[in-house]
Write a protein that binds this ligand. Structure first.
Ligand SMILES: O[C@H]1[C@H](O)[C@@H](O)[C@H](O)[C@@H](O)[C@H]1O
Length: 650
């Protein structure tokens, strides 16, 4: 269709679920209102359905090209590049979230020697950031509601810049701890604000994809951090300053970018700044008329205020109003199960899993850990591609089902390795004459689970011989504290090997296979969907608070899982811990199957209706009532544009 011709085309969007909602509302008012009104609504609905089938037939018979051209034009009109620019600038918050949480493992390798950090301080430096993120994500809800999304993103990037400065210049561990807390505060605010902001500026057919880009930036940040860790690990002195300071660069870009970028139009409408909201909305929608969207946001806000009232703290109103209570349960449940599936222990533990499968060199293990982060990143990209094709529900279910299988393979790998664990044949005596626990183990498996010990051994063909369990060096896990394996260059020359945290067995590849499968399945769905779904399931008045709570839940479970993993591994062994994660992930699968409705393609204002009925409907709500039908009218004829399928309208 030529540009000139398209100028005369009139586009109309209709939503059947709006009409359904209206009908339901009228029915609820049934006894008070007249039955004629309900009949009229039903008649309207029937005629619309009739129009749908007629127009489908019509278009199938004659208007294929015209329809396709109209779709294309419609989409072009709907999505100006500005929406992408705004989304990418906000997603830099996700990048910083990923970078600052990911970079710390490389930092610690260098720092613990330079500043003499004991394990308590190392733990403090890692968990203080995650703990601060949990607190600020919760506080971010109030800030978002009061000041808007834009000031919160600016605040987060300001905190990232300040934190990076403090960390790069730190002279002692206390300053470092302070810097990590500041960065954590930034991460928490960014993690809850960015998805909300993107969801509020994006058009419905692109919303899932654009919000998922934020998670792509998170995993991109984690990957970039692992590469930076690899590069600067060669710089023993001050390398960690560069690792930590580098995050200031994207933070400064985001801060200055956001000085020129707009506030969310939905938040502005809620605050009564309607002129500004209209201006920004038309900037975001290009040539497309914004009246319908504007009216629908405004009506929704007014209706919500009538239904829920404006008195009392938002969280209390959310908990007493069934649809938002249900949405909150789904949102927090998703975030909880994301963390309980063990993603961060997999990421943290990847170097060891890789070592188990035969990678002996420490440096190589760091680079292979970067490869793990890369797989996580690339498969999140697959999620960006799939989210508008498969929808959130199918993608999350498929992803979690695959994740459960992958964790089982991983656990099985550890189990087989434990069973095939080599016997310890030598018990050398401690030169300091102190009784070390290490020499008491008779199998490698016990030695591996003790964080103070490692295995020194030789290979005869492919079996382990002359093995001894001895204390690990306090400064470097790559060698023993004393004995045959205490001098790295000498023991390698003698054909000896040192295994810390793993046992050399023929089954190690099973764990490696489990690790790769885990990331392939987890990254496209369970990684991004909890963030994406949370950004869309709450009505405007509850959106900041809902996202604050669910992000808080994510961070709290993140701390819980990472802090308990090593203890769990000690008490339950590694395979026990992974069988437990598999069980928790399977529980999550049941929860998601029962409770997660499909939100693809729906306007934010329509999603609330998905939670109007009882919570666990096993996805039924996306079948009939929730059907979202868009129409375009081309020169007076109705063309059926999409029926729950935004994929073919790009
Ligand atoms: O969605 C993200 C992503 O999957 C990251 O890789 C993970 O580290 C985060 O904890 C999670 O929230």
């Amino acid at each position: 269709m030529s540009r000139k011709a398209s100028d005369h085309v009139e586009y109309t969007l209709r939503s059947l679920s709006n009409l359904m909602g209206e009908k339901r509302r009228r029915q609820a008012e049934g006894s008070a209102g007249s039955s004629a009104a309900a009949a009229a609504a039903a008649a309207g609905e029937r005629s619309l359905i009739a129009a749908e089938s007629c127009s489908s037939l019509n278009s199938a018979a004659s208007g294929g090209d015209l329809e396709r051209a109209a779709r294309r034009q419609f989409q072009q009109d709907e999505t100006p590049g500005f929406v992408y620019v705004v989304s990418v600038f906000s997603a830099l918050g996700g990048f910083l979230f990923g970078y600052d949480t990911g970079v710390v493992s490389g930092v610690l390798l260098l720092l613990k020697r330079e500043l003499n950090l004991d394990s308590l301080w190392q733990e403090l430096i890692v968990s203080s950031t995650v703990g601060a993120a949990a607190l600020s994500a919760l506080a971010g809800g109030v800030l978002n509601g009061l000041c808007g999304r834009r000031p919160c993103i600016l605040l987060a990037s300001g905190l990232f810049i300040a934190g990076a400065g403090v960390l790069a210049a730190a002279r002692d561990k206390e300053t470092l701890l302070g810097g990590r807390v500041v960065v954590g505060l930034g991460i928490g605010i960014a993690s809850m604000t960015v998805p909300v902001y993107i969801a509020e500026v994006a058009p419905p057919h692109l919303r899932g994809r654009l919000v998922t880009i934020n998670t792509l930036f998170i995993t991109g940040g984690q990957f970039f951090a692992s590469v930076v860790d690899g590069i600067f690990s060669y710089l023993a002195k001050d390398g960690w300053r560069y690792m930590l300071g580098l995050s200031a660069v994207p933070a400064v870009i985001q801060f200055f970018g956001f000085l020129f970028l707009p506030e969310s139009p939905r938040w502005l409408i809620q605050k009564g700044q309607t002129q500004r909201a209209r201006r920004i909305l038309s900037q975001m929608r290009g040539n497309q008329a914004i009246d319908e969207e504007y009216d629908s946001i405004k009506n929704n806000i007014e209706e919500e205020e009538k239904e829920v009232g404006a008195a009392g703290p938002v969280i209390c109103r959310m908990l007493t109003y069934p649809p938002t209570r249900r949405a909150l349960i789904v949102g927090c449940g998703l975030q909880m199960f994301q963390q309980l599936s063990g993603i961060n222990t997999i990421m943290y533990y990847s170097a060891t899993i890789l070592q188990m499968s035969g990678v002996e060199d420490d440096r190589l293990a760091i680079w292979l850990a970067a490869l793990t982060a890369f797989i996580n990143f690339i498969f999140t990209l697959v999620g960006v591609w799939l989210v508008e094709r498969m929808g959130r529900r199918k993608l999350t279910l498929g992803s979690l089902a695959g994740t459960v299988v992958a964790i089982l393979i991983l656990a099985l790998g550890f189990l087989l390795s434990a069973q095939a664990s080599p016997r310890i044949t030598l018990t050398p005596s401690d030169p300091s004459h102190q009784n070390s626990t290490c020499t008491k183990y008779s199998y490698c498996h016990g030695c591996m689970l003790d964080p103070d010990c490692g295995l020194c051994y030789k290979f005869n063909k492919s079996s382990v011989v002359e093995s001894s369990c001895v204390p690990v060096d306090k400064d470097s896990t790559t060698k023993a504290a004393w004995g045959r394996c205490s001098n790295e260059t000498a023991f390698k020359k003698e054909g000896l090997f040192w295994a810390y945290n793993f046992c050399p067995t023929p089954y190690s590849w099973t764990a490696l296979l489990g690790l790769i499968l885990y990331l392939v399945f987890f990254a496209p769905g369970m990684g991004p969907m909890p963030w994406t779904v949370n950004s869309e399931i709450y009505p405007l008045w509850a959106r900041s608070t809902g996202n604050a709570c669910s992000s808080g839940v994510n961070w709290v479970f993140n701390v819980l899982v990472s802090l308990t993993f090593l203890h769990m591994a000690e008490y339950l062994t590694y395979y026990g811990a992974f069988f437990l994660y598999a069980g928790l992930a399977a529980l999550g699968l049941v929860f998601i199957y029962g409770c997660l409705p499909e939100t693809k393609g729906k306007k934010l204002e329509e999603i609330e209706s998905l939670f109007e009925n009882r919570l666990c409907t096993c996805g039924m709500s996306d079948s009939d009532e929730g059907r979202y039908i868009e129409y375009i009218r081309v020169k007076g004829s109705n063309y059926h544009l999409s029926d729950n399928d935004a994929s073919d309208v790009e």
